[in-house]
Write a protein that binds this ligand. Structure first.
Ligand code: SF4
Ligand code: SF4
Length: 250
């Protein structure tokens, strides 16, 4: 388990310069200082010093972070905010009652008993893609109607729910499985439900290489309240799939 205390020194390095504020897409939408790297670090400092407990109210600020890394890019103290937020999520997951419930619901046993991964039956076409996300039914239909084959052997997410809840053990299992599929199936295109640069970063982190694969983000962000909720927009997805198909013949 990643420990928040390991980052004590990094957290103390925050000079509160505020440079992270304007670059944070969550802050730009909400205008709430608690959503910025600076605000989160102030709260986490209180937690490390034992002055504030890591409660559900605090957890909601951690959940809003998109892990885009933009604050790290501008931070003069080079504070690894994403890793720190991840460590705080781990602490929450292991300490709180709702975290315990999440761990039980996400355990391999519960998943095995209550949700069987579905097999993919895709039509065979020349253009082939891998998809990692939560909208398999819609994606399969959309791809096949555009003469594109879905390569996934079974329904497979990239581990978003585990990453967001701080369940790093399960997240690593899922993401390693994605990396295995990418290596074995060697697709020309991958579609995902997170921004492409983020998935590229995950491949670099967990696959150990910089992918020369066309990655497409199957979703859009909406207004402030829905910043963390990606959604499947059939019109946007259709446009994206057509674009991808056209690229095959370029
Ligand atoms: S840019 Fe870095 S040092 Fe400055 S306030 Fe943000 S986290 Fe702190
Ligand atoms: S990583 Fe989180 S805190 Fe940093 S800029 Fe992105 S959304 Fe904001």
């Amino acid at each position: 388990m990643i420990k928040l205390k390991q980052y004590k020194e990094s957290i103390h390095k925050c000079s509160k310069c505020g440079l992270c504020q304007e670059s944070c897409p969550v802050y730009v939408e909400s205008g709430n200082e608690c959503d910025t790297a600076r605000g989160i670090l102030i709260l986490l400092k209180g937690i490390i010093n034992g002055e504030v407990p890591l409660r559900r109210e605090m957890n909601k600020y951690l959940d809003k972070c998109l892990r885009c890394g933009k604050c790290f890019d501008v931070c003069p103290s080079e504070i690894p905010i994403e890793d720190i937020i991840f460590a705080a999520k781990c602490k929450y997951l292991y300490r709180s009652l709702s975290g315990l419930k999440t761990r039980i619901m996400q355990s391999a046993f519960v998943k095995r008993v209550f949700s069987k991964p579905g097999k993919i039956v895709s039509e065979r076409f020349e253009t082939k893609v891998l998809y990692f996300g939560e909208n398999f039914k819609e994606v399969l239909k959309l791809l096949n109607s555009n003469s594109i084959e879905l390569l996934n052997p079974v329904v497979s997410d990239w581990g978003a729910e585990y990453l967001l809840s701080g369940n790093i053990i399960r997240f690593r299992k899922v993401i390693n499985n994605c990396m295995r599929q990418i290596a074995e199936l060697n697709p020309k295109f991958i579609i995902v439900d997170i921004p492409e640069e983020k998935f590229r970063y995950l491949i670099k982190m967990y696959g150990g290489y910089s992918p020369n694969i066309e990655i497409k983000y199957l979703g859009e962000y909406q207004g402030s309240d829905e910043l963390v909720n990606r959604f499947f927009n059939p019109l946007y997805a259709e446009k994206l799939v057509k674009e991808l198909k056209a690229k095959e013949y370029q």
